[in-house]
Design a binder for this molecule. Structure first.
Ligand SMILES: NC(=O)c1ccc[n+]([C@@H]2O[C@H](COP(=O)([O-])OP(=O)(O)OC[C@H]3O[C@@H](n4cnc5c(N)ncnc54)[C@H](O)[C@@H]3O)[C@@H](O)[C@H]2O)c1
Length: 258
């Protein structure tokens, strides 16, 4: 029998990409509240203020500027986490962009940018982080997907395909790394009131009454929050999920069950 599982992450180090704001910030915040050392990796320098705020609460938090689409920055970021805290136990690949375009409007530059950040970024991070995890006897990776991975709307072509790739990356690495005790799972958020999504809705003129109407049609009557997704990430990387790998956990308040 193994020891009783718990949500105590004291002594564990978690690297969260895209954690300056939105869902990633909520994930970093929640891991910190369970005692983890947290590394915030983001292109947005706002991550420094987030990490400083958590340090004021007595938590271990660091910010490093990192564009996940650049291999050299990713390698530097993982090395930084390992140096600061003696190793990396958990990686959350959350950084992502979700610009809208249909097939005809999706030019090569648009396609490449979405793939580079949403999909290549996750592969680069896994490649950099896994050797250290294996040498520590194991680790856990969570990739943030999307409902669009399997049922994208017409104007989410590149985005949906990048998230489909995230599912394949998850399953492939889960099977490749199971023996080395590196678990790899995916979380699909539903519709989250993140900084990025609220800004997108406002820019598209979809705020106000039309937003209220859309929310009222949600099965559980509200959008998801970053905390809803963070709780799933904490569970998936905890000892409670010791035998869960290669799986997709959807946190959407029932959207996909309609
Ligand atoms: N909000 C939703 O409804 C929703 C639904 C499904 C999936 N998701 C996914 O959740 C993840 C987070 O989205 P969010 O809603 O919190 O968005 P957000 O825009 O609020 O936050 C995204 C963060 O990623 C960072 N980022 C962007 N490009 C980066 C890069 N190249 N390198 C490092 N960091 C980068 C941004 O600076 C930002 O801090 C994304 O992968 C997104 O696809 C969101």
């Amino acid at each position: 029998m193994r020891e009783k599982a718990s949500f105590n992450f004291a002594g564990k180090t978690v690297l969260v990409t895209g954690a300056a704001k939105g869902i990633g910030a909520a994930i970093a915040e929640q891991f910190g509240s369970y005692g983890a050392n947290v590394v915030v990796a983001d292109v947005d320098e706002q991550g420094e203020a987030a990490a400083a705020g958590w340090r004021q609460l007595g938590r271990s938090a660091r910010f490093i500027r990192c564009d996940v689409s650049r291999g050299s920055e990713v390698a530097k970021t993982v090395a930084y986490a390992e140096q600061e805290f003696g190793g990396l136990d958990i990686l959350v690949n959350n950084a992502g962009i979700f610009p809208r375009a249909r097939l005809a409007e999706t030019d090569e530059a648009f396609w490449d940018r979405v793939m580079d950040i949403n999909l290549k970024g996750a592969y680069l991070m896994c490649q950099a982080a896994v050797p250290g995890m294996i040498s520590r006897g194991g680790g856990s990776i969570v990739n943030i997907g999307s409902l669009h991975a399997t049922s994208g709307a017409p104007d989410t072509l590149a985005y949906a395909i990048s998230k489909g790739g995230i599912v394949t990356l998850t399953r492939n690495l889960a099977s490749a790394l199971a023996r080395q005790r590196v678990r790899v799972n995916c979380i699909h958020p539903g519709w989250v009131a993140s900084d990025g999504e609220m800004a997108r809705l406002a820019a598209a003129g979809e705020g106000g009454d039309s937003l209220e109407k859309a929310i009222s049609r949600m099965p559980m009557g509200r959008m998801q929050t970053g905390d809803d997704i963070a709780s799933a990430a904490v569970f998936m990387t905890s000892d409670f999920a010791d035998q869960i790998t290669g799986q997709q956990l959807t946190v959407d308040g029932g959207i996909s069950s309609r």
